[in-house]
Design a protein around this ligand. Structure first.
Ligand SMILES: Cc1ncc(COP(=O)(O)O)c(C=O)c1O
Length: 342
C-alpha cells in the first residue's frame, strides 16, 4: 500500500494549480521595473479607498472571529440588490461559491455542462468532486453556444455553468438568448450564472438573472468584490439564489469562511461610488483606446463587457509584451494563437 492508493482517484488526477511567479520575481528575471500585470483582470486603480480605510480601522479587532453571518454586509447587499437577506451566501471569493455549489449538488457519476474556453476554475471544481465535466466550445464569435450547451444536457446533468460576461473572451449573451436558453433547460438542473464582471457590463440588453430566481429556484447568480471594488487580495464573493437553496449552501460552508477584514472592506466598498465611477470611466476609455488602436494595426478585437479585451495577436506577442513588462493572458482559441489583455 503506497500513499497514492489512499488518495481519491479524482483528486490524484487533478493537475496541481501552478501559481504564476510574483511580479517582483519576473521583474528581477527580466531586468524590468514597473511592470503591468493584466493576466488576472484585477482593478489597476487599486482597492476602494473607503474599503482600505475600513480595514485599517478594523485591524485591532482581528483577535475576534468574523461575524459568521456577515450580518451588516448581508443587510446592505440585500437592500442594494432587492433580494431577501437569506438569499445571499458569502464566500472566500467567488471561487468558494463555485466550490460550495459543487460540494452541494454534484458527485461521482454526475455531469456538468460548461462553456469552454471559460473560467479556469470550472473544470477544477467539477473534477474535484469526482463529477464529469462536459465542456461546450464557444461559437465562431467566441460567444457561448447556447443551443449546443442545451443539447449537451443529458439525464446525468446536475449543473450547468454560464459565465456572463465570459472570462477570457469578454463576450456576453443578451437577454433574449439567455431567456431562450433557460426555457430549454430542464427544471431539475441547477443553473449557475457567473457574473464576476457584472458591474462592467455595457450592453443595454444584459439579462437580469436575479429576476429568474423566483420562477427557477435551482438558479444561482455569482458575483465578487474582487474586480470592480479592487478587493481580489482580501477574498470575498457571494451567491444570490433562492432562500432554500441558500440554506443548503450555508450547511456546506465553514462558519468563518469570510474573514473579518473582508467583511468590513466589502461593506465600505459598496458605498464607494467615486471609486466605482472612476473604475468604470477608466475601463471604458481603455476599451475604446485598445479597440481603436489595435484596429488601426489590423489586430482584431472582440466586443467586451468586462475589464479585459480579447485580441487576435498572432504568435510571439505574449512573449514580446512580457519582455516589455506587460503580462497578458495567452489564449489558444480554436487553434489560433489569440491573446487576451485586461
Ligand atoms: C469568471 C470568473 N468567475 C469567478 C472568479 C473568481 O473571483 P474571486 O474568487 O476573486 O471572487 C473570477 C476571477 O477571476 C472570474 O474571472
Amino acid at each position: 500500500m503506497s500513499l497514492i492508493d489512499l488518495i481519491k482517484p479524482h483528486i490524484r488526477e487533478l493537475a496541481p494549480y501552478e501559481p504564476g511567479k510574483p511580479m517582483e520575481e519576473l521583474e528581477r528575471e527580466l531586468g524590468i521595473r514597473e511592470s503591468i500585470k493584466l493576466a488576472s483582470n484585477e482593478n489597476p486603480l487599486g482597492a476602494s479607498p473607503m474599503a482600505v480605510e475600513a480595514m485599517r480601522n478594523a485591524l485591532n479587532e482581528v483577535n475576534r472571529y468574523p461575524d459568521g453571518a456577515s450580518f451588516a454586509l448581508r443587510a446592505a447587499l440585500s437592500a442594494r440588490l432587492g433580494v431577501d437577506e437569506n438569499q445571499l451566501v458569502f464566500g472566500c471569493g467567488g471561487d468558494e461559491i463555485l466550490e460550495l455549489i459543487a460540494k452541494t449538488v454534484i458527485g461521482p457519476g454526475d455531469e456538468v455542462v460548461y462553456p469552454w474556453p471559460s473560467f479556469a476554475m470550472y473544470p477544477i471544481v467539477i473534477r474535484g468532486m469526482g463529477a464529469k465535466g462536459v465542456p461546450v466550445p464557444l461559437n465562431r464569435e467566441f460567444v457561448h453556444d447556447l443551443d449546443a450547451m442545451a443539447d449537451a444536457v443529458t439525464e446525468k446533468t446536475r449543473l450547468v455553468m454560464l459565465c456572463n460576461p465570459n472570462n477570457p473572451t469578454g463576450t456576453s449573451v443578451g437577454a433574449e438568448a439567455f431567456e431562450r436558453f433557460v426555457a430549454a433547460l430542464p427544471a431539475d438542473v441547477i443553473l449557475a450564472v457567473d457574473e464576476a464582471y457584472f458591474e462592467f457590463v455595457r450592453r443595454p440588453d444584459f439579462p437580469d438573472a436575479i429576476a429568474l430566481l423566483s420562477d427557477r429556484p435551482g438558479t444561482l447568480v455569482l458575483r465578487t468584490f474582487s474586480k470592480i471594488y479592487g478587493l481580489a487580495g482580501i477574498r470575498i464573493g457571494y451567491g444570490i439564489c433562492d432562500a432554500e437553496f441558500a440554506s443548503y449552501l450555508e450547511r456546506a460552508r465553514h462558519p468563518f469562511n469570510v474573514n473579518r477584514l473582508a467583511e468590513v472592506a466589502a461593506l465600505a466598498a459598496l458605498d464607494d461610488e467615486e471609486h466605482v465611477r472612476h473604475t468604470l470611466e477608466v475601463n471604458g476609455a481603455g476599451i475604446e483606446y485598445l479597440t481603436d488602436e489595435l484596429g488601426k494595426m489590423g489586430i482584431e478585437t472582440w466586443p467586451t463587457d468586462a475589464n479585459f479585451i480579447l485580441a487576435r495577436t498572432g504568435e510571439g506577442v505574449f512573449d514580446a509584451l512580457l519582455r516589455k513588462g506587460v503580462l497578458g493572458q495567452p489564449e489558444p482559441l480554436h487553434g489560433s494563437n489569440d491573446h487576451t489583455l485586461s
